[in-house]
Design a protein around this ligand. Structure first.
Ligand code: HEM
Length: 417
């Protein structure tokens, strides 16, 4: 009797991720189909697409991300869903969706605004912020039933306020930023119903029509910064050699890239520690350094689940013929759990070193905000150890319905003293 071949698991459907990262499916792909064709079926009101290659092994993910000539960020941009061809020229104005050498010019310009010295100066503000938010959460828990939703009371606010400080967004406008980023990131989630276009299909949240309001705001704020310069990223961008369109796109990129990622990493790290009391104790006792632990927490709970490239040339990847124009999608959470690179990858090892996780990507587009993100996460965990007693999960977290951001919408924790 012949055994029918095992089907290639689907890792595209955003609804899968509401139950947690599909580690079993990733493992099956890594072991048996490391470069696997995925059907891009109709889902949540979004029409079907042409399909894509899923790349799941660490070495192949790194290879694709480093090979910008073979795997372009510009041809079809960087999201699985194909953008409307009419929107492509607009979407390509963003540095994230460009290839070398054009990408290098923008990257250099914005890197200057992101100096390590500027980021370091935020440490004091981030520390006070983390301490205040955690202290308020702890006292609310003590007055209540001993539990706290860490997302609602601490991490959402922490990520948003840190980012708006760095960008130089005035306090009164911070909520606007939150609304805009949620529209873009949470668009697959039932809590964020899609906005229908004239033909009844949902409007892509990254299309010019949806972003008009945010861009108008970016221009007004840049004009203000030219007259009232501050020690912030928008002041640097407002004085840099950028076209109006480039400045708007930077504002959009930083708002989205810098908020939802930290909003995922911060509760993701707390969840991992809550679920691993022994490791949490080790961190508390100083057995593990917080900076090293943060790397492991980022490996264990990668905020970004995938990025897309488009084959610019024919390539052979793990024996599969990838043709020019094919979509190629790398899966960060799978690479971070690849047994070929990480010993015992499902164990939270806060002392793991070296830790070559790809949570910040690799190659020319490697995360520009990594230093800022690491600082925020280190400070948050340092303060959580000081302010909070030991904590454990009080109920399962609510997860974002998204195959792009590994988001938590709520994280109920029980504070144990
Ligand atoms: C834990 C938090 C974060 C994670 C996991 C993360 C992850 C990533 C990843 C995977 C990429 C690569 C995209 C690609 O390959 O196409 C990226 C790019 C980028 N990130 Fe982050 N990010 C984080 C925080 C931030 C923050 C706080 C900022 C800014 C305030 C930021 C700004 C950017 C920018 C501007 C890019 C585009 C770089 C380019 O195209 O050259 N990120 N990030």
């Amino acid at each position: 009797m012949t055994v029918p071949p095992r089907p290639v698991p689907d890792v595209f459907d955003p609804r899968l991720y509401a139950r947690g990262i599909p580690h079993d499916a990733y493992r099956e792909l890594r072991d048996r189909h490391p470069v696997a064709w995925q059907d891009e079926h109709e889902v949540l009101g979004w029409p079907a697409g042409p399909g894509f290659w899923a790349v799941t092994r660490h070495s192949d993910v790194v290879r694709v991300l480093k090979d910008a000539r073979g795997f372009s960020s510009c041809l079809g941009a960087t999201q699985i869903r194909n953008p409307d061809p009419a929107d492509l020229p607009f979407i390509r104005r963003m540095m994230l969706n460009q290839d070398p050498p054009a990408h290098g010019r923008l990257r250099r310009l914005v890197s200057r605004a992101f100096t390590p010295a500027r980021v370091e100066r935020f440490e004091a503000a981030a520390t006070t912020r983390a301490r205040d938010l955690l202290t308020a959460a702890y006292s609310a828990a003590r007055d209540g039933d001993g539990t706290v939703d860490a997302v609602r009371t601490v991490t959402d606010e922490y990520a948003l306020l840190n980012l708006t400080d760095l960008l130089g967004v005035p306090a009164g406008d911070r909520e606007l930023l939150l609304t805009w980023t949620e529209r873009v990131i949470a668009y697959q989630d039932p809590d964020e119903p899609p906005v229908p276009g004239p033909d009844g299909t949902p409007v892509n949240p990254r299309s010019p029509a949806m972003l008009k309001e945010m861009f108008g705001y970016a221009q007004d704020l840049a004009a203000y910064k030219r007259d009232h310069p501050g020690d912030d990223v928008l002041t640097s961008l407002a004085h840099a050699d950028l076209s109006e369109g480039e400045l708007e796109m930077f504002f959009f990129l930083l708002t989205v890239a810098g908020n939802d990622t930290v909003r995922s990493a911060a509760p993701g790290g707390l969840l991992a520690l809550a679920a691993h009391p022994e490791e949490q104790r080790g961190l508390r006792s100083g057995r593990f350094g917080v900076a090293t632990a943060v790397e492991e927490l980022l490996r264990f709970h990668p905020p970004v689940l995938h990025f897309r490239r488009t084959a610019a040339e024919d390539r052979v990847l793990r024996g599969r013929r990838v043709r020019r124009g094919d979509k190629v999608v790398v899966f960060h959470a799978s690479a971070n759990h690849d047994e070929r690179v990480f010993t015992d990858p499902h164990r939270l090892d806060l002392a793991r070193s070296p830790n070559p996780h790809v949570s910040f990507g690799d190659g020319p587009h490697v995360c520009l905000g990594a230093h800022f993100a690491r600082l925020q996460l280190r400070v948050l965990h340092e303060q959580a150890l000081r302010v909070l007693p030991p904590y454990e999960p009080a109920a399962p977290p609510r997860r974002l319905v998204s195959h792009f951001i590994n988001g938590l919408k709520s994280l109920p924790l029980r504070l144990l003293r």
